[in-house]
Design a protein around this ligand. Structure first.
Ligand code: AMP
Ligand code: GLY
Length: 423
């Protein structure tokens, strides 16, 4: 089979690495890809939102399966565009990707179908939002409705901060049109867990759990980022939590989407908060997490292409999803200054140490091949993943391997997976 992967991050590198292990795959293309993906796939200079070019490319190369890794093209309807041409695609159609594309939609869905989540109100007008804020308890959470690179969520400690937040989102439009509508949500406390799942429209199969570290600095300080590191499985995701989620959240979400005429095929990523009243859905994503994919996929035993095809064909119930009985930790190596301002173009050394390793992986995110060699080309540059017999060993290995690579302005958190010391 000839595969086309759409995206250019560490997540897409992890997907490409899994696809490369599939017996079914003879050739992988990636649009646009990065320097690491380029070592296992042919990268083509087409952007993820260039739907016409992607369609023309997929037809010309007779692509058997396109995998859309990123949220923007999913929410924008790339799957529908390709399907119109009779192409096979893994990912939700536009009417289902709204599960991630609109927080107001997903909150209303959860309310209608009694799926446990934080209480909330939605607003189309800043004045109404501000009036409402006069009556709430703090802290409170403000969320821009649409996609905002994971940055459209503000946790506000008091009324002044919240009023400023409404202005930032709805009037100054810091997140663009994503902020035309606002969700104001109850603040929840607890431990966060990410559970990614395959969905075929009716059946859902969850993958092993993971935990992200969203803040830029150690101790969960600093700004929110796309994610600075992950570990899998989460020891806080107990059997009891799993049973609760299976009963009230996972299948209920798939059934709710089907009942709304929005059949979901692809990945549903459940962002959960384990509160003392039980698990609550913080958010849905319609794709693999980044960097969750970098710890979950290396532990998956199944052939990823077989699983994806089963989702497309509505026979996921036939798949026995299996994960290795070990652990993985991913440490993101970023450019100093991320997520705000950072320099690019520095040569990366030491990448060859990962060649031929089977429990160490260096997933590329913001990298580019140049005449000087591979250089930094983004905020999150690499994701170094290591497996181990347990989380402690995996973490030790990941931090050792993180030192194999050097580049100017290299920055990482030093406490990825530290939470496991508490148990
Ligand atoms: P989201 O993009 O909705 O996942 O939000 C980004 C981050 O904001 C989450 O990973 C949480 O850390 C935090 N967050 C979102 N919603 C809430 C909430 N209701 N209570 C507390 N923290 C939240
Ligand atoms: N790591 C969080 C996300 O992919 O949205």
């Amino acid at each position: 089979m000839k595969i086309l992967i759409v995206g250019s991050g560490g997540r897409e590198h992890a997907i490409a690495a899994s696809a490369a292990k599939s017996k079914k795959v003879s050739k992988i293309y990636c649009a646009p890809g990065n320097a690491g993906i380029g070592q296992i796939a042919e990268c083509v200079p087409i952007g993820p939102m260039e739907f016409d070019k992607i369609r023309a490319f997929a037809k010309e190369k007779e692509i058997d399966l396109t995998i859309v890794g990123m949220d923007d093209p999913l929410v924008g309807g790339l799957v529908d565009e390709l399907e119109k041409e009779g192409l096979r695609v893994f990912g939700p159609r536009k009417n289902a990707a709204i599960l991630e594309g609109s927080k107001a939609f997903s909150k209303n869905l959860m309310k209608k179908y009694h799926i446990p989540t934080a209480s909330y109100e939605t607003f189309d007008c800043a004045e109404d939002a501000i009036n409402y804020l006069e009556r709430v308890e703090f802290p409170i959470v403000l969320k821009a409705d649409g996609l905002a690179l994971g940055k459209g969520v503000l946790i506000c400690e008091d009324l002044k901060e919240a009023k400023d937040g409404v202005k930032t989102i709805m009037q100054d439009k810091q997140f663009g049109d994503a902020g035309s509508r606002l969700v104001i949500e109850e603040f929840l406390t607890g431990r966060e867990v990410s559970v990614l799942s395959y969905v075929d429209g009716r059946t859902i199969k969850t993958m092993t759990s993971a935990q992200d570290h969203k803040r830029a600095e150690d101790g969960d300080m600093g700004l929110n980022t796309g994610g600075m590191g992950t570990f899998s499985p989460s020891p806080f995701y107990t059997k009891e939590v799993d049973e609760f989620c299976k009963k009230y959240i996972y299948q209920a979400t798939v059934d709710a989407m089907a009942a709304e005429g929005r059949e979901f095929k692809g990945i549903i990523f459940f962002g959960l908060m384990l509160t003392d009243k039980g698990p609550r859905v913080l958010e849905y994503n319609a794709r693999f997490g980044d960097p969750e994919a970098q710890v979950v996929l290396p532990r998956m035993k199944n052939d990823i292409i077989e699983v994806m095809e089963a989702c497309i064909d509505g026979r996921l119930d036939e798949i026995d999803l299996q994960f290795e009985d070990n652990a993985a930790v991913c440490v993101v190596l970023a450019s100093k200054g991320y997520p705000v301002k950072y320099e690019k173009g520095f040569v990366i050394n030491g990448l060859e140490k990962f060649e031929g390793q089977d429990s160490y992986f260096c997933f590329h995110a913001g990298t580019k091949m140049t005449e000087k060699g591979i250089v930094t080309n983004g905020g999150r540059v690499l994701g170094v993943t290591a497996k181990g017999k347990d989380l402690k060993e995996a973490r030790k290995h990941a931090y050792e391997a993180a030192e194999w690579v050097t580049f100017e302005n290299k920055y990482m958190r030093h406490d990825i997976g530290k939470a496991i010391d508490e148990i």
